[in-house]
Design a protein around this ligand. Structure first.
Ligand SMILES: Cc1cc2nc3c(=O)[nH]c(=O)nc-3n(C[C@H](O)[C@H](O)[C@H](O)COP(=O)(O)O)c2cc1C
Length: 173
């Protein structure tokens, strides 16, 4: 039941207080990512933890172009950003990264922390600075950016998104 509650209550939080995560909270979230299933149990993902004040984030923001985020940086001032990289040439890397990041989002939710999954930096991460970013974030050789997640204490609220079950579901029973 607790899992279902976390799934139902998770939503993207786009504003954070300055309060840092404890080491225990961070470890719990990382463990949730590491416990996610991967195709053939390849475990081809790498997790890089960045402080919200890390200059590399501001560098990426700059590379993304201020036009994309005129009022707020792309990590919404979250105190922690976790970047997932993965083996470039493995067929299931993107799917595995998606599963891992959702595991982490649910773990953060269960800890009472806000979070938002971040894909908007992908073009910058794959762009002309990709090698410098990969080195700065200690991606293993042959790994590329997959997805990121910002985590922290909520400064704003948001309702979970609605959905249209009839449009999205077909039950052929
Ligand atoms: C793969 C993926 C990438 C996303 N990238 C971003 C992003 O770069 N910035 C952002 O603010 N939200 C991002 N989101 C959050 C979605 O906008 C959000 O999940 C969606 O609007 C539904 O809202 P909810 O998460 O509050 O239910 C991303 C979500 C996913 C699954």
């Amino acid at each position: 039941m607790e899992v279902l509650k976390a799934i139902a209550e998770r939503r993207s939080i786009r504003g954070y207080t300055a309060e840092k995560l404890t080491r225990e909270e961070l470890d719990t979230i990382l463990t949730a990512g590491l416990q996610a299933p991967t195709a053939t149990n390849r475990q081809e993902l790498h997790f890089t933890v960045l402080d919200g004040g890390d200059p590399i984030l501001f560098d990426i923001q700059e590379a993304m172009g201020a036009r994309l985020r005129p009022t707020m940086n792309f990590w919404y001032d979250a105190p922690t950003v976790i970047v997932i990289s993965g083996e470039r040439d493995f067929r299931w890397t993107a799917v595995d990264a998606g599963i891992a990041v959702e595991n982490m989002a649910l773990a953060a939710e269960a800890l009472g922390l806000g979070n938002v999954i971040l894909g908007c930096l992908k073009a910058a991460m794959d762009g002309e600075n990709r090698e410098r970013y990969a080195e700065a974030m200690r991606f293993p050789e042959g790994y590329t950016f997959q997805i990121a997640i910002a985590v922290g204490h909520r400064a704003v609220e948001k309702e979970p998104h609605g959905f249209d079950r009839d449009k999205q579901v077909t039950i052929l029973l």
